[in-house]
Design a protein around this ligand. Structure first.
Ligand code: HEM
Length: 491
Protein backbone atom coordinates (compact mmCIF):
# COMPACT_ATOMS: atom_id res chain seq x y z
CA UNK A 1 0.00 0.00 0.00
CA UNK A 2 2.82 2.33 1.02
CA UNK A 3 4.57 1.61 -2.30
CA UNK A 4 1.44 2.49 -4.32
CA UNK A 5 1.10 5.80 -2.45
CA UNK A 6 4.76 6.60 -3.00
CA UNK A 7 4.50 5.86 -6.73
CA UNK A 8 1.36 7.98 -6.96
CA UNK A 9 3.05 10.84 -5.11
CA UNK A 10 6.13 10.57 -7.32
CA UNK A 11 4.01 10.64 -10.48
CA UNK A 12 2.12 13.66 -9.17
CA UNK A 13 5.35 15.49 -8.40
CA UNK A 14 6.68 14.60 -11.83
CA UNK A 15 3.48 15.88 -13.45
CA UNK A 16 3.68 19.18 -11.51
CA UNK A 17 7.37 19.52 -12.44
CA UNK A 18 6.71 18.94 -16.16
CA UNK A 19 3.83 21.45 -16.04
CA UNK A 20 6.06 23.94 -14.25
CA UNK A 21 8.80 23.62 -16.89
CA UNK A 22 6.22 23.86 -19.70
CA UNK A 23 4.73 26.98 -18.11
CA UNK A 24 8.14 28.63 -17.66
CA UNK A 25 8.89 27.90 -21.33
CA UNK A 26 5.52 29.26 -22.45
CA UNK A 27 5.99 32.34 -20.24
CA UNK A 28 9.03 33.40 -22.31
CA UNK A 29 6.76 34.17 -25.28
CA UNK A 30 4.78 36.79 -23.34
CA UNK A 31 5.53 40.14 -21.70
CA UNK A 32 7.32 39.68 -18.34
CA UNK A 33 5.44 39.05 -15.09
CA UNK A 34 5.47 37.21 -11.77
CA UNK A 35 6.20 33.47 -11.81
CA UNK A 36 3.07 31.32 -12.32
CA UNK A 37 2.43 27.88 -10.82
CA UNK A 38 0.72 24.96 -12.61
CA UNK A 39 -3.10 24.85 -12.34
CA UNK A 40 -3.51 28.05 -10.30
CA UNK A 41 -1.23 30.34 -12.33
CA UNK A 42 -0.62 33.67 -10.58
CA UNK A 43 -3.40 33.14 -8.03
CA UNK A 44 -0.92 31.55 -5.61
CA UNK A 45 -0.05 35.12 -4.80
CA UNK A 46 -3.25 36.00 -3.01
CA UNK A 47 -2.96 39.65 -3.93
CA UNK A 48 -4.03 38.68 -7.47
CA UNK A 49 -7.29 37.11 -6.29
CA UNK A 50 -8.72 40.62 -6.46
CA UNK A 51 -7.61 42.34 -9.65
CA UNK A 52 -7.17 45.47 -7.59
CA UNK A 53 -6.14 48.71 -9.27
CA UNK A 54 -3.33 49.34 -6.79
CA UNK A 55 -1.98 45.76 -6.80
CA UNK A 56 -1.63 45.93 -10.57
CA UNK A 57 -0.10 49.43 -10.42
CA UNK A 58 2.40 48.14 -7.87
CA UNK A 59 3.31 45.17 -10.08
CA UNK A 60 3.86 47.54 -13.03
CA UNK A 61 6.67 49.18 -11.04
CA UNK A 62 8.60 45.87 -11.23
CA UNK A 63 7.62 44.54 -14.66
CA UNK A 64 6.72 47.66 -16.66
CA UNK A 65 3.32 48.91 -17.77
CA UNK A 66 2.64 45.85 -19.96
CA UNK A 67 2.99 42.57 -18.06
CA UNK A 68 1.56 39.05 -17.88
CA UNK A 69 -0.44 37.31 -15.16
CA UNK A 70 -1.67 33.73 -15.45
CA UNK A 71 -5.25 32.64 -14.90
CA UNK A 72 -4.60 28.93 -14.46
CA UNK A 73 -2.62 28.05 -17.59
CA UNK A 74 -3.96 30.99 -19.62
CA UNK A 75 -1.99 34.22 -20.00
CA UNK A 76 -3.63 37.51 -19.13
CA UNK A 77 -1.82 40.53 -20.55
CA UNK A 78 -2.26 43.54 -18.28
CA UNK A 79 -2.11 47.06 -19.70
CA UNK A 80 -1.31 49.60 -17.06
CA UNK A 81 -1.22 53.41 -16.87
CA UNK A 82 -2.49 55.74 -19.58
CA UNK A 83 0.37 54.94 -21.97
CA UNK A 84 0.04 51.16 -21.52
CA UNK A 85 -3.74 51.16 -22.05
CA UNK A 86 -3.45 53.52 -25.03
CA UNK A 87 -0.64 51.53 -26.70
CA UNK A 88 -2.90 48.49 -26.55
CA UNK A 89 -6.52 49.53 -27.03
CA UNK A 90 -6.14 52.78 -29.02
CA UNK A 91 -3.17 51.82 -31.19
CA UNK A 92 -4.67 48.38 -32.03
CA UNK A 93 -8.45 48.95 -31.82
CA UNK A 94 -9.34 46.16 -34.25
CA UNK A 95 -6.79 43.58 -32.98
CA UNK A 96 -8.14 43.89 -29.43
CA UNK A 97 -11.83 44.15 -30.25
CA UNK A 98 -12.71 40.58 -29.17
CA UNK A 99 -14.22 39.53 -25.86
CA UNK A 100 -12.95 36.31 -24.23
CA UNK A 101 -15.89 33.95 -23.86
CA UNK A 102 -14.80 32.49 -20.55
CA UNK A 103 -16.97 29.77 -18.94
CA UNK A 104 -18.47 32.43 -16.64
CA UNK A 105 -19.22 34.88 -19.48
CA UNK A 106 -20.68 32.05 -21.59
CA UNK A 107 -23.40 31.47 -19.01
CA UNK A 108 -23.96 35.18 -18.32
CA UNK A 109 -24.09 36.30 -21.96
CA UNK A 110 -24.93 33.11 -23.91
CA UNK A 111 -22.50 34.34 -26.62
CA UNK A 112 -25.24 36.68 -27.84
CA UNK A 113 -25.87 40.43 -27.76
CA UNK A 114 -23.13 43.02 -27.35
CA UNK A 115 -21.17 43.10 -24.12
CA UNK A 116 -20.33 39.42 -23.74
CA UNK A 117 -20.31 38.49 -27.43
CA UNK A 118 -17.43 38.48 -29.86
CA UNK A 119 -16.69 38.35 -33.60
CA UNK A 120 -19.49 38.84 -36.14
CA UNK A 121 -22.28 38.53 -33.53
CA UNK A 122 -20.83 41.41 -31.52
CA UNK A 123 -20.21 43.57 -34.60
CA UNK A 124 -23.73 43.10 -35.99
CA UNK A 125 -25.53 43.55 -32.67
CA UNK A 126 -23.47 46.57 -31.61
CA UNK A 127 -23.89 48.31 -34.99
CA UNK A 128 -27.63 47.63 -35.07
CA UNK A 129 -28.18 48.71 -31.44
CA UNK A 130 -26.33 51.99 -32.01
CA UNK A 131 -28.43 52.59 -35.13
CA UNK A 132 -31.68 52.07 -33.17
CA UNK A 133 -30.51 54.22 -30.25
CA UNK A 134 -29.62 57.05 -32.62
CA UNK A 135 -33.00 56.76 -34.34
CA UNK A 136 -34.61 56.94 -30.89
CA UNK A 137 -32.79 60.17 -30.12
CA UNK A 138 -29.41 59.23 -28.63
CA UNK A 139 -27.21 62.32 -28.92
CA UNK A 140 -30.23 64.50 -29.72
CA UNK A 141 -32.68 66.57 -27.70
CA UNK A 142 -35.48 63.98 -27.86
CA UNK A 143 -33.72 61.57 -25.49
CA UNK A 144 -32.66 64.48 -23.32
CA UNK A 145 -36.33 65.27 -22.66
CA UNK A 146 -36.64 61.79 -21.15
CA UNK A 147 -33.67 62.46 -18.87
CA UNK A 148 -35.12 65.82 -17.85
CA UNK A 149 -38.42 64.16 -16.99
CA UNK A 150 -36.61 61.62 -14.82
CA UNK A 151 -34.64 64.45 -13.21
CA UNK A 152 -37.99 65.99 -12.12
CA UNK A 153 -39.10 62.65 -10.59
CA UNK A 154 -35.73 62.38 -8.85
CA UNK A 155 -35.99 65.86 -7.33
CA UNK A 156 -39.54 65.00 -6.22
CA UNK A 157 -38.33 61.79 -4.51
CA UNK A 158 -35.70 63.71 -2.55
CA UNK A 159 -38.21 66.49 -1.73
CA UNK A 160 -40.48 63.84 -0.18
CA UNK A 161 -37.72 62.88 2.26
CA UNK A 162 -38.19 66.36 3.89
CA UNK A 163 -34.50 66.60 4.77
CA UNK A 164 -34.57 63.40 6.82
CA UNK A 165 -31.64 60.92 6.59
CA UNK A 166 -32.09 58.80 3.49
CA UNK A 167 -30.18 56.24 1.41
CA UNK A 168 -29.88 57.86 -2.04
CA UNK A 169 -28.75 54.92 -4.25
CA UNK A 170 -32.26 53.54 -4.66
CA UNK A 171 -33.75 56.80 -6.03
CA UNK A 172 -30.76 57.20 -8.31
CA UNK A 173 -31.05 53.67 -9.69
CA UNK A 174 -34.76 54.22 -10.36
CA UNK A 175 -34.02 57.41 -12.29
CA UNK A 176 -31.25 56.09 -14.55
CA UNK A 177 -32.89 52.72 -15.19
CA UNK A 178 -36.14 54.43 -16.12
CA UNK A 179 -34.29 56.36 -18.84
CA UNK A 180 -33.08 53.14 -20.42
CA UNK A 181 -36.50 51.50 -19.87
CA UNK A 182 -38.19 54.30 -21.80
CA UNK A 183 -35.76 53.68 -24.66
CA UNK A 184 -35.95 49.88 -24.80
CA UNK A 185 -39.44 49.08 -23.47
CA UNK A 186 -41.16 52.32 -24.49
CA UNK A 187 -42.33 53.20 -20.98
CA UNK A 188 -41.06 54.05 -17.51
CA UNK A 189 -42.00 52.23 -14.31
CA UNK A 190 -43.66 54.03 -11.43
CA UNK A 191 -41.67 54.43 -8.23
CA UNK A 192 -44.10 52.04 -6.53
CA UNK A 193 -43.92 49.17 -9.03
CA UNK A 194 -42.94 46.16 -6.88
CA UNK A 195 -41.94 43.95 -9.81
CA UNK A 196 -39.58 46.63 -11.11
CA UNK A 197 -38.08 47.12 -7.63
CA UNK A 198 -37.41 43.40 -7.53
CA UNK A 199 -35.68 43.56 -10.91
CA UNK A 200 -33.43 46.40 -9.74
CA UNK A 201 -32.56 44.47 -6.59
CA UNK A 202 -31.65 41.47 -8.76
CA UNK A 203 -29.40 43.63 -10.93
CA UNK A 204 -27.72 45.05 -7.85
CA UNK A 205 -27.18 41.55 -6.47
CA UNK A 206 -25.70 40.50 -9.80
CA UNK A 207 -23.14 43.32 -9.72
CA UNK A 208 -22.24 42.63 -6.08
CA UNK A 209 -21.44 39.01 -6.84
CA UNK A 210 -19.77 39.15 -10.23
CA UNK A 211 -16.18 40.31 -10.61
CA UNK A 212 -15.28 38.61 -7.33
CA UNK A 213 -13.08 35.65 -6.39
CA UNK A 214 -15.87 33.23 -7.38
CA UNK A 215 -15.76 34.34 -10.99
CA UNK A 216 -12.03 33.53 -11.26
CA UNK A 217 -12.44 30.18 -9.56
CA UNK A 218 -15.35 29.32 -11.87
CA UNK A 219 -13.22 30.20 -14.91
CA UNK A 220 -10.34 28.01 -13.72
CA UNK A 221 -12.44 25.02 -12.60
CA UNK A 222 -15.78 25.24 -14.48
CA UNK A 223 -16.26 21.44 -14.60
CA UNK A 224 -16.15 21.35 -10.80
CA UNK A 225 -17.82 24.65 -9.94
CA UNK A 226 -20.87 24.01 -12.11
CA UNK A 227 -21.81 21.19 -9.69
CA UNK A 228 -21.13 23.16 -6.51
CA UNK A 229 -23.40 25.66 -4.80
CA UNK A 230 -22.08 29.18 -4.22
CA UNK A 231 -22.52 32.83 -5.20
CA UNK A 232 -21.71 31.98 -8.86
CA UNK A 233 -25.03 30.09 -9.03
CA UNK A 234 -26.82 33.19 -7.69
CA UNK A 235 -25.28 35.29 -10.49
CA UNK A 236 -26.56 32.85 -13.11
CA UNK A 237 -30.08 32.77 -11.69
CA UNK A 238 -30.07 36.59 -11.43
CA UNK A 239 -29.19 36.73 -15.15
CA UNK A 240 -32.06 34.35 -15.94
CA UNK A 241 -34.47 36.50 -13.89
CA UNK A 242 -33.47 39.65 -15.83
CA UNK A 243 -33.83 37.80 -19.14
CA UNK A 244 -37.29 36.54 -18.11
CA UNK A 245 -38.37 40.12 -17.33
CA UNK A 246 -37.17 41.26 -20.77
CA UNK A 247 -38.85 38.29 -22.50
CA UNK A 248 -42.11 39.26 -20.84
CA UNK A 249 -41.83 42.84 -22.16
CA UNK A 250 -41.16 41.48 -25.66
CA UNK A 251 -44.22 39.23 -25.47
CA UNK A 252 -46.36 42.20 -24.46
CA UNK A 253 -45.12 44.02 -27.58
CA UNK A 254 -45.91 40.97 -29.72
CA UNK A 255 -49.42 40.68 -28.28
CA UNK A 256 -50.01 44.36 -28.99
CA UNK A 257 -49.00 43.73 -32.65
CA UNK A 258 -46.55 45.68 -34.83
CA UNK A 259 -47.01 49.43 -34.53
CA UNK A 260 -47.02 51.37 -37.84
CA UNK A 261 -44.28 53.63 -36.46
CA UNK A 262 -41.72 51.81 -34.27
CA UNK A 263 -41.49 53.65 -30.94
CA UNK A 264 -38.90 51.81 -28.91
CA UNK A 265 -35.94 49.42 -29.16
CA UNK A 266 -38.15 46.31 -29.06
CA UNK A 267 -40.40 47.63 -31.88
CA UNK A 268 -37.36 48.26 -34.10
CA UNK A 269 -35.79 44.91 -33.31
CA UNK A 270 -39.01 42.94 -33.91
CA UNK A 271 -39.44 44.70 -37.24
CA UNK A 272 -35.82 43.81 -38.20
CA UNK A 273 -36.45 40.13 -37.32
CA UNK A 274 -39.51 40.20 -39.56
CA UNK A 275 -37.64 41.91 -42.44
CA UNK A 276 -34.73 39.45 -42.36
CA UNK A 277 -36.60 36.23 -41.56
CA UNK A 278 -36.10 34.80 -45.06
CA UNK A 279 -32.36 35.40 -45.18
CA UNK A 280 -30.17 32.30 -44.97
CA UNK A 281 -27.99 33.86 -42.23
CA UNK A 282 -30.08 34.77 -39.18
CA UNK A 283 -28.29 37.66 -37.45
CA UNK A 284 -31.42 38.99 -35.81
CA UNK A 285 -33.39 36.71 -33.53
CA UNK A 286 -35.10 36.76 -30.14
CA UNK A 287 -32.02 35.51 -28.26
CA UNK A 288 -29.85 38.31 -29.63
CA UNK A 289 -32.60 40.86 -28.95
CA UNK A 290 -32.97 39.72 -25.31
CA UNK A 291 -29.24 39.73 -24.70
CA UNK A 292 -28.71 43.14 -26.36
CA UNK A 293 -31.45 44.61 -24.14
CA UNK A 294 -29.91 42.84 -21.14
CA UNK A 295 -26.58 44.54 -21.97
CA UNK A 296 -28.12 47.98 -22.42
CA UNK A 297 -30.14 47.61 -19.23
CA UNK A 298 -27.25 46.35 -17.09
CA UNK A 299 -24.65 48.61 -18.70
CA UNK A 300 -26.96 51.60 -18.41
CA UNK A 301 -28.19 51.13 -14.85
CA UNK A 302 -25.51 50.19 -12.38
CA UNK A 303 -22.62 52.30 -13.72
CA UNK A 304 -24.47 55.62 -13.96
CA UNK A 305 -26.37 55.23 -10.68
CA UNK A 306 -23.22 54.22 -8.80
CA UNK A 307 -21.41 57.26 -10.21
CA UNK A 308 -24.26 59.48 -8.98
CA UNK A 309 -24.10 57.86 -5.53
CA UNK A 310 -20.40 58.72 -5.40
CA UNK A 311 -21.27 62.25 -6.57
CA UNK A 312 -23.54 62.85 -3.56
CA UNK A 313 -21.11 61.20 -1.17
CA UNK A 314 -18.23 63.40 -2.37
CA UNK A 315 -20.44 66.48 -2.09
CA UNK A 316 -21.01 65.82 1.62
CA UNK A 317 -17.36 64.90 2.06
CA UNK A 318 -16.23 68.15 0.36
CA UNK A 319 -18.87 70.76 1.32
CA UNK A 320 -16.75 73.66 -0.02
CA UNK A 321 -16.82 72.10 -3.48
CA UNK A 322 -20.57 71.55 -3.18
CA UNK A 323 -21.07 75.23 -2.26
CA UNK A 324 -18.93 76.35 -5.21
CA UNK A 325 -20.97 74.25 -7.66
CA UNK A 326 -24.21 75.72 -6.25
CA UNK A 327 -22.86 79.26 -6.50
CA UNK A 328 -21.96 78.70 -10.15
CA UNK A 329 -25.35 77.14 -10.98
CA UNK A 330 -27.25 79.94 -9.17
CA UNK A 331 -25.27 82.56 -11.07
CA UNK A 332 -25.90 81.07 -14.51
CA UNK A 333 -29.28 79.30 -14.47
CA UNK A 334 -32.72 80.62 -13.56
CA UNK A 335 -34.33 78.63 -10.68
CA UNK A 336 -37.09 77.23 -12.92
CA UNK A 337 -34.97 76.81 -16.06
CA UNK A 338 -34.87 73.30 -17.52
CA UNK A 339 -31.27 72.15 -17.37
CA UNK A 340 -29.87 70.65 -20.57
CA UNK A 341 -26.53 69.08 -21.46
CA UNK A 342 -25.57 72.14 -23.51
CA UNK A 343 -25.52 74.17 -20.25
CA UNK A 344 -22.26 72.46 -19.25
CA UNK A 345 -20.49 74.96 -21.52
CA UNK A 346 -21.52 77.85 -19.27
CA UNK A 347 -20.89 75.84 -16.07
CA UNK A 348 -17.16 74.95 -16.31
CA UNK A 349 -16.68 74.33 -12.58
CA UNK A 350 -19.73 72.02 -12.34
CA UNK A 351 -18.55 70.18 -15.44
CA UNK A 352 -15.05 69.81 -13.95
CA UNK A 353 -16.52 68.47 -10.69
CA UNK A 354 -18.55 65.83 -12.57
CA UNK A 355 -15.43 64.73 -14.48
CA UNK A 356 -13.46 64.57 -11.24
CA UNK A 357 -16.25 62.46 -9.65
CA UNK A 358 -15.89 59.97 -12.51
CA UNK A 359 -12.10 60.00 -12.35
CA UNK A 360 -11.86 59.62 -8.59
CA UNK A 361 -14.58 56.97 -8.24
CA UNK A 362 -13.32 54.94 -11.27
CA UNK A 363 -16.50 52.91 -11.13
CA UNK A 364 -15.50 50.34 -13.79
CA UNK A 365 -12.08 50.11 -12.26
CA UNK A 366 -10.41 47.34 -14.19
CA UNK A 367 -12.49 47.56 -17.35
CA UNK A 368 -13.71 44.49 -19.16
CA UNK A 369 -11.33 41.90 -20.60
CA UNK A 370 -10.64 41.97 -24.32
CA UNK A 371 -9.54 39.19 -26.64
CA UNK A 372 -6.72 39.57 -29.15
CA UNK A 373 -8.23 38.43 -32.49
CA UNK A 374 -5.05 38.32 -34.57
CA UNK A 375 -1.30 38.01 -33.94
CA UNK A 376 0.00 41.49 -33.25
CA UNK A 377 2.55 43.43 -31.21
CA UNK A 378 2.29 45.95 -28.38
CA UNK A 379 5.56 47.84 -28.50
CA UNK A 380 8.28 45.16 -28.66
CA UNK A 381 6.04 42.40 -27.28
CA UNK A 382 4.45 39.91 -29.66
CA UNK A 383 0.84 39.20 -28.61
CA UNK A 384 -0.68 35.98 -29.90
CA UNK A 385 -4.20 35.66 -31.28
CA UNK A 386 -6.38 34.32 -28.47
CA UNK A 387 -4.54 36.16 -25.67
CA UNK A 388 -6.72 37.87 -23.09
CA UNK A 389 -6.05 41.59 -22.59
CA UNK A 390 -6.88 43.17 -19.28
CA UNK A 391 -6.76 46.98 -19.20
CA UNK A 392 -6.37 48.50 -15.76
CA UNK A 393 -8.32 51.60 -16.69
CA UNK A 394 -8.25 53.03 -13.19
CA UNK A 395 -4.46 53.14 -13.44
CA UNK A 396 -4.92 55.71 -16.21
CA UNK A 397 -7.36 57.70 -14.06
CA UNK A 398 -4.83 57.55 -11.19
CA UNK A 399 -1.65 57.72 -13.30
CA UNK A 400 0.92 59.86 -11.44
CA UNK A 401 2.48 60.81 -14.78
CA UNK A 402 -0.83 62.28 -15.99
CA UNK A 403 -2.48 63.90 -12.96
CA UNK A 404 -1.11 66.55 -10.64
CA UNK A 405 -2.72 65.07 -7.49
CA UNK A 406 -4.02 61.63 -8.56
CA UNK A 407 -5.00 60.47 -5.05
CA UNK A 408 -6.92 63.62 -4.14
CA UNK A 409 -10.40 64.72 -5.14
CA UNK A 410 -9.42 67.82 -7.07
CA UNK A 411 -11.70 69.39 -9.72
CA UNK A 412 -8.76 71.58 -10.82
CA UNK A 413 -7.58 68.57 -12.82
CA UNK A 414 -10.16 69.66 -15.39
CA UNK A 415 -9.71 73.45 -15.22
CA UNK A 416 -7.10 75.66 -16.84
CA UNK A 417 -5.53 78.62 -15.04
CA UNK A 418 -8.41 80.88 -16.16
CA UNK A 419 -11.08 78.53 -14.79
CA UNK A 420 -12.11 77.17 -18.21
CA UNK A 421 -13.01 73.51 -18.51
CA UNK A 422 -10.22 71.46 -20.05
CA UNK A 423 -10.45 67.82 -21.13
CA UNK A 424 -7.64 65.37 -20.35
CA UNK A 425 -6.41 62.49 -22.54
CA UNK A 426 -5.95 60.12 -19.58
CA UNK A 427 -9.62 60.51 -18.63
CA UNK A 428 -10.94 57.21 -20.03
CA UNK A 429 -13.69 55.93 -17.68
CA UNK A 430 -15.65 54.69 -20.72
CA UNK A 431 -12.60 52.83 -22.07
CA UNK A 432 -11.17 53.38 -25.58
CA UNK A 433 -10.95 51.53 -28.89
CA UNK A 434 -13.67 49.71 -30.83
CA UNK A 435 -15.36 48.45 -27.67
CA UNK A 436 -15.64 51.89 -26.07
CA UNK A 437 -18.80 52.14 -23.95
CA UNK A 438 -21.80 52.25 -26.21
CA UNK A 439 -23.73 54.44 -23.76
CA UNK A 440 -21.02 57.09 -23.23
CA UNK A 441 -23.05 60.00 -24.57
CA UNK A 442 -26.18 58.93 -22.72
CA UNK A 443 -24.25 58.50 -19.47
CA UNK A 444 -22.53 61.89 -19.77
CA UNK A 445 -25.88 63.60 -20.37
CA UNK A 446 -27.52 61.77 -17.44
CA UNK A 447 -24.68 62.62 -15.06
CA UNK A 448 -24.76 66.29 -15.97
CA UNK A 449 -28.54 66.76 -15.97
CA UNK A 450 -29.20 64.72 -12.78
CA UNK A 451 -26.27 66.16 -10.83
CA UNK A 452 -26.96 69.82 -11.65
CA UNK A 453 -30.69 69.43 -10.94
CA UNK A 454 -29.98 67.86 -7.55
CA UNK A 455 -27.42 70.46 -6.53
CA UNK A 456 -29.62 73.33 -7.66
CA UNK A 457 -32.50 71.98 -5.54
CA UNK A 458 -30.79 70.67 -2.38
CA UNK A 459 -27.97 71.18 0.00
CA UNK A 460 -26.67 67.69 0.84
CA UNK A 461 -25.30 67.13 4.33
CA UNK A 462 -24.51 64.33 6.76
CA UNK A 463 -27.24 63.34 9.25
CA UNK A 464 -26.90 64.94 12.69
CA UNK A 465 -24.31 63.18 14.80
CA UNK A 466 -22.49 61.60 11.84
CA UNK A 467 -19.00 63.05 11.51
CA UNK A 468 -17.16 60.73 9.17
CA UNK A 469 -17.63 59.92 5.49
CA UNK A 470 -16.24 56.62 4.25
CA UNK A 471 -15.02 57.13 0.69
CA UNK A 472 -13.35 53.71 0.40
CA UNK A 473 -15.11 51.55 -2.21
CA UNK A 474 -16.55 48.05 -2.00
CA UNK A 475 -14.65 46.08 -4.65
CA UNK A 476 -16.68 44.06 -7.16
CA UNK A 477 -17.59 44.26 -10.87
CA UNK A 478 -18.07 47.98 -10.14
CA UNK A 479 -16.61 50.03 -7.27
CA UNK A 480 -19.52 51.05 -5.05
CA UNK A 481 -19.67 53.19 -1.93
CA UNK A 482 -20.46 51.53 1.41
CA UNK A 483 -24.11 52.06 2.36
CA UNK A 484 -24.59 55.63 3.57
CA UNK A 485 -27.32 58.06 4.58
CA UNK A 486 -27.49 61.75 3.78
CA UNK A 487 -29.99 64.57 4.22
CA UNK A 488 -31.25 66.50 1.19
CA UNK A 489 -32.21 69.94 2.56
CA UNK A 490 -34.31 71.99 0.16
CA UNK A 491 -32.51 75.22 -0.91
C1 HEM B 1 -21.02 56.27 -15.91
C2 HEM B 1 -21.56 55.42 -16.71
C3 HEM B 1 -20.84 54.37 -17.52
C4 HEM B 1 -19.54 53.94 -17.45
C5 HEM B 1 -18.43 54.42 -16.53
C6 HEM B 1 -19.39 52.90 -18.45
C7 HEM B 1 -18.20 52.23 -18.70
C8 HEM B 1 -18.07 51.20 -19.60
C9 HEM B 1 -16.86 50.46 -19.83
C10 HEM B 1 -15.55 50.71 -19.14
C11 HEM B 1 -17.13 49.51 -20.76
C12 HEM B 1 -16.17 48.43 -21.27
C13 HEM B 1 -15.56 48.78 -22.60
C14 HEM B 1 -14.47 47.83 -22.99
O1 HEM B 1 -14.73 46.68 -23.31
O2 HEM B 1 -13.33 48.25 -22.96
C15 HEM B 1 -18.51 49.66 -21.15
C16 HEM B 1 -19.15 48.87 -22.09
C17 HEM B 1 -20.48 48.98 -22.40
N1 HEM B 1 -21.37 49.91 -21.90
FE1 HEM B 1 -20.97 51.36 -20.57
N2 HEM B 1 -20.59 52.70 -19.07
C18 HEM B 1 -21.50 53.60 -18.56
C19 HEM B 1 -22.81 53.77 -18.95
C20 HEM B 1 -23.44 53.02 -19.92
C21 HEM B 1 -24.80 53.25 -20.37
C22 HEM B 1 -25.72 54.37 -19.90
C23 HEM B 1 -25.08 52.25 -21.27
C24 HEM B 1 -26.38 52.01 -22.00
C25 HEM B 1 -26.77 52.57 -23.03
C26 HEM B 1 -23.89 51.43 -21.41
C27 HEM B 1 -23.78 50.34 -22.24
C28 HEM B 1 -22.61 49.65 -22.46
C29 HEM B 1 -22.50 48.51 -23.37
C30 HEM B 1 -23.64 47.90 -24.18
C31 HEM B 1 -21.16 48.11 -23.34
C32 HEM B 1 -20.53 46.97 -24.13
C33 HEM B 1 -19.81 47.54 -25.36
C34 HEM B 1 -19.16 46.47 -26.21
O3 HEM B 1 -18.78 45.44 -25.68
O4 HEM B 1 -19.03 46.72 -27.42
N3 HEM B 1 -22.93 51.94 -20.58
N4 HEM B 1 -19.08 50.70 -20.43
Amino acid sequence: MATISSVFLLLLLLYVLVQLIKLQWKKRQFPPGPTPLPIIGSLWQLKFVKMHRDTLMEEAKTFGDIFTLWLGQSPLIVLNGYQGVKDGLAVHPEDFSGRPITPFFRIMGKKRGIMLATGETWKTQRRFSIMILKTLGLGRRSLEYQIQEEACHLVESFTNTKGQPTEPPFFLTLAVSNVICAVVFGHRFSNNNKEFHKLLETVEHLFTLSGTFWQYIYDILPWLMCHLPGPHKDVFSACDAVRAFIRNEIHQHQERGASPEPEDFIDYYLSQIEKTKDQSKQDYDEDNMIQSIFDLFLGGTETSSTTLSWALLYMVAYPDIQAKVQKEIDGVLMPSQTICYEDRKSLPYTNAVIHEIQRFSNVVSTGMPRLCIKDTKIRQYPIKKGSVIFSNMASSLYDPKEWETPRQFNPNHFLDKDGNFTSRDAFIPFSIGHRVCLGEHLARTELFVFFSNLLRSFKFRLPDGVEEVNIEPIWGATLRPHPFKICAVAR
